[in-house]
Design a binder for this molecule. Structure first.
Ligand code: SAH
Length: 220
């Protein structure tokens, strides 16, 4: 995988878009260098796969900018043994990055065709520790909880209590929180002395649609 024709572009992406902006976790940087992002976009977009921007992922959804993927992943502080939950499978790209860095990855997507496509691709590429579920991810995945880390890759109107409940002690939740068209990345830690939340980078994600998110009408 490391020697495909985009390898050089991936190295440049890591160097100039990700490392240069302050992502330091070598494991994250190495995962971003390994995962073939171009295979998670449609063929016509392959040459833009390593550009410094989000890209269409089909069904009106987007695959996040590489820096955003790296930064949010770094905030999870994965060491390798974790069970991670991702909400918003989309193309499966973020799940593939998590797959390299954690023990088991559970990912939930509400749009079935996207979920099925991502599931097949992840399997074909050998990311066998990723488990794709179709459903409303605003409910989390109670049957597989608790998780060491939860990452939500769609915008939420608030930090969801449901996710915090499904975190292990010392677990971490990363979620874009805010208005429909503008959010900030929020990090919540479940510490022995309580829940600690901080916010950082401004961002724009597609909306989290479901019981605890936006309604389909609000989202349009
Ligand atoms: N992580 C993805 C990008 C996600 S885009 C990647 O790497 O490609 C956000 C995704 O969240 C979209 O695919 C959208 O359909 C999905 N989504 C929105 N609301 C959801 C919900 N309630 N449950 C699960 N997925 C949801």
């Amino acid at each position: 995988m490391a020697t495909d024709k985009f390898y050089k572009e991936r190295q440049m992406m890591v160097q100039y878009q990700i490392r240069a902006r302050g992502v330091k976790d070598e494991k994250v940087l190495s995962a971003m260098e390994k995962v073939p992002r171009h295979l998670f976009v449609s063929e016509s977009l392959r040459d833009s796969a390593y550009s410094d921007s989000p890209l269409p992922a089909g069904e009106g959804q987007t695959i996040s900018q590489p820096y955003m993927v790296a930064m949010m992943t770094e905030m999870l502080e994965l060491k390798g043994h974790e069970r991670v939950l991702e909400i918003g499978t989309g193309s499966g790209y973020q799940a593939a990055v998590l797959s390299v860095l954690a023990s088991e990855v559970y990912t939930v997507e509400r749009i079935e065709p996207l979920a099925l496509k991502a599931e097949r691709l992840l399997k074909d590429l050998g990311y066998l520790n990723v488990h794709v579920h179709v459903g409303d991810g605003t409910l989390g995945l109670p049957e597989y909880a608790p998780f060491d880390a939860i990452i939500v890759t769609a915008a939420s109107p608030k930090v969801q209590e449901t996710y915090v409940k499904q975190l292990k002690l010392n677990g971490r939740l990363v979620i874009p929180v805010g208005e429909r068209y503008t959010q900030v990345i929020s990090l919540t830690k479940k510490t022995p002395s309580g829940i600690v939340t901080s916010t950082s980078t401004p961002c724009v994600f597609v909306p989290l649609i479901g019981k605890n998110g936006w309604s389909e009408e609000d989202a349009n």
